[in-house]
Design a protein around this ligand. Structure first.
Ligand code: SAM
Length: 307
């Protein structure tokens, strides 16, 4: 046996202790109720011992796609029956799940990856189960948003997870404009086909803030692009992104800039130069999007002309 094939002493101790912990978890009775079980977002090693024990004890595992989840179930030797729960059958499935809970069953809900309910189905089910008075238990684990936040290098003390942005640019810019005054790190999920356009729009609507774009987290091709929105967008445009992405955006520099603050700066700048140049200068000085400042400058100019 070569040195590489030998298990190091530390590793065999960890194996022993982990096996014992898993055995204890599997032996522990699981009470009836609805269990929201997080599964890995790519690397199967990220399953938790509690997740395995809960799924092993479940009478039924509800999942988005039974074929997809069967791979996970067979990887961990889970024998429970898999049934679909997604936005198209939720209405019909919920009464069946409530009836199973009434009969004292253990029901698990998982999604294709990560934590159920996080940009995935389950919210209406949790509401219905709470209203019917049955226990709801969350078995925490991986979620792409928090994994991306922690490696972003951006502030973690206050953040807003905003799910997927609208796919069309006009609606996306409008949504970003709503979020432009939020004094927190912003997190978005995005599809590979739209990630470059999305970061371009972030630069337009939020100003050239620091961003971090995490790709294929926990997987073989995990990468994190960090820099100003304009720099990261330029790289994404040439790279033809593939895989799964989370976009993390820094809070506005120097806190939230209100429209009143922008108007105050514009009132001075517009007496010295053209509307366009004033908007450009104020946007740069306050670190906010030029489009937003220019719109306010136009309204201000109209007001000034009228009076
Ligand atoms: N419930 C999942 C969670 O807890 O993260 C999210 C499900 S949502 C339908 C799928 C989106 O999550 C993807 O489009 C991508 O934006 C993000 N995502 C999931 N896995 C990822 C990964 N390994 N790396 C980067 N982003 C990922």
């Amino acid at each position: 046996m070569s040195d590489d094939e030998r298990t190091p002493v530390g590793a065999s101790a960890a194996l022993l202790r982990t096996t014992e912990a898993l055995r204890a978890g599997l032996a522990k009775p699981v009470a009836p109720g609805l269990y929201l079980v997080a599964t890995p977002i790519g690397n199967l090693g990220d399953i938790t011992l509690r997740a395995i024990a809960t799924l092993a004890a479940a009478d039924v595992i509800y999942c988005e796609d039974t074929r997809h989840s069967r791979t996970l179930a067979s990887h961990f030797g889970l024998a429970a029956s898999l049934k679909p729960y997604h936005e198209h059958n939720g209405e019909a499935a919920r009464p069946l799940i409530l009836a199973a809970l009434a009969a004292g069953k253990r029901i698990a809900l998982i999604s294709d990856a990560g934590t159920p309910l996080i940009s995935d189905p389950g919210y209406k089910l949790v509401r219905a189960v709470i209203e019917a008075g049955y226990p709801v238990v969350s078995i925490p684990g991986a979620t792409a948003a928090l994994t991306a936040l922690t490696v972003s290098g951006l502030p973690t003390n206050c953040f807003l997870f905003a799910g997927f942005l609208p796919p069309k640019s006009a609606a996306r810019l409008a949504r970003l404009a709503e979020l432009s005054t939020v004094d927190a790190t912003l997190l978005f999920y995005e599809a590979p086909s739209r990630v470059a356009d999305c970061v371009v729009d972030i630069g337009v609507a939020l100003g050239d803030r620091d961003v971090s774009v995490a790709r294929e987290l926990t997987k073989l091709h995990e990468t994190v692009l960090r820099g100003l929105a304009s720099e990261v967008a330029a790289r994404l445009v040439v790279e033809e992104p593939r895989g799964e992405f989370v976009i993390v955006v820094a809070p506005p520099k120097g806190g939230v800039v209100t429209d009143d603050m922008i108007r105050a700066h514009l009132q001075i700048a517009m007496t010295e130069t053209t509307t366009r140049d004033a908007a450009q200068a104020v946007a740069e000085a306050l670190g906010v999007a030029r489009g937003r400042v220019y719109q306010l400058a136009l309204t201000l100019k109209r007001g000034m002309d009228v009076s």
